[in-house]
Design a protein around this ligand. Structure first.
Ligand code: NAP
Length: 327
């Protein structure tokens, strides 16, 4: 495992870190024992950073991480999120009282007195133009409730705005072969300002595993069934906002580009790590076999320039029309 610096925190985090949404819920049935086995395997492979949120399984994901931490002696950094418990989810809800309440709850779920990193959880765009929200986060740092804070964003412009707050340590954004827009301005600015980048949806909701077909079925409680048109949250969070059939066609174009000795999922993860402004990709894993595939890619060779060019052309030719101007 290789490690990269996260913003100005001084932490060196695994370049492939663990996305703990799926182990919490909304991705079909999960078995806590199986999830913990996958999480242990990730730590065995050198993962020292877990991304979660208070709403993943209504605290289930945070509680699994608490369990993992109590079972292991290694240093494990945890990034959680706050804001999505708001109902309605509106900018006014991002105030000191609500944020403090959410953070108290995460402190209990994770059984700690100070959270490592708290990200505002894809707040409405207006929140980025309310310095009082970031002042509230500063106060939580002063009070010793959180060590650092960052943001999880939907849009590139939100990332650029968030970076103007000097103590924002990390930006979490959708960045994968199907969503290449951050590769230009966002990554350049993040690097210049030493802000960490957590690349989420690295496998585009599993599609870049290369095993889905037109006939793939998803359980009714799996967002890949119920959120394709954005019924529950931003539609970009499901298959990156690329229509399912278009995604399948793109996967067939990627298949011949997969280097010998790699799976398509590994190519997809390695592609993200080719950008040095990225701190880590954060794939999930519900099972040990997925953990083995996802958290072993540091050892694999870099992707050659010709393949990188072809993947860029694929994006601009086939995928950008669906996503580039939306996020
Ligand atoms: N708004 C936000 O802040 C936000 C939103 C989304 C995600 N995130 C974070 O980003 C992380 C990554 O997000 P994600 O949406 O891409 O989901 P993910 O957590 O990477 O989960 C992807 C799913 O893909 C499948 N999968 C995993 N490894 C695979 C492999 N090697 N080959 C094929 N399929 C594989 C698994 O599902 P099956 O086995 O069922 O196919 C897995 O549950 C999340 O866990 C979460 O921490 C944050």
């Amino acid at each position: 495992m290789n490690y990269r610096e996260l913003g100005k925190t001084g932490w060196k985090v695994s370049e492939v870190s663990f996305g703990a949404w799926a182990v919490g819920g909304t991705w079909g049935p999960v078995d806590d024992q199986q999830s913990l086995e996958a999480m242990h395997r990730a730590v065995d492979l050198g993962v020292n950073f877990f991304d979660t949120a208070d709403v993943y399984g209504d605290g289930r994901s945070e509680r699994l991480i608490k369990q993992l931490k109590s079972d292991r002696s290694e240093t494990i950094y945890v990034a959680t999120k706050a804001g999505r418990r708001l109902n309605p989810h509106v900018a006014d809800g991002y105030n000191a009282a609500n944020l403090t309440g959410f953070i108290e709850r995460s402190l209990t779920n994770l059984s700690t007195d100070c959270l490592d990193l708290v990200q505002l959880h894809c707040p409405p765009t207006d929140v980025y133009y309310r310095p009082e929200v970031f002042e509230a986060m500063e106060k939580l740092v002063e009070d010793g409730k959180i060590r650092y804070y960052g943001v999880s964003v939907e849009r590139c412009e939100e990332a650029l705005k968030a970076m103007e707050y000097p103590n924002v340590q990390s930006i979490q954004i959708i960045f994968n072969i199907f969503r290449q827009r951050p590769a230009s301005l966002v990554l350049k600015e993040a690097k210049a300002r030493r802000v960490g980048i957590l690349a989420r949806l690295p496998l585009s909701s599993g599609m870049l595993g290369g095993k889905m077909t037109r006939d793939s079925k998803f359980d009714s409680d799996d967002h890949r069934a119920f959120n394709r048109e954005g019924a529950a949250f931003d539609k970009g969070e499901t298959f990156s906002g690329v229509p399912f059939e278009v995604g399948l066609e793109a996967v067939e174009e990627i298949r011949p580009l997969v280097p010998a000795g790699m799976t398509m999922s590994q190519l997809a993860l390695k592609w993200i790590l080719m950008f040095d402004a990225v701190t880590c990709a954060i794939p999930g894993a519900k099972r040990v076999d997925q953990a083995d595939l996802n958290f072993s890619i540091s050892e694999l060779p870099a992707i050659d320039v010709v393949t990188m060019r072809k993947l860029r052309e694929l994006y601009y030719g086939k995928l950008a029309p669906f996503v580039h101007q939306r996020w």
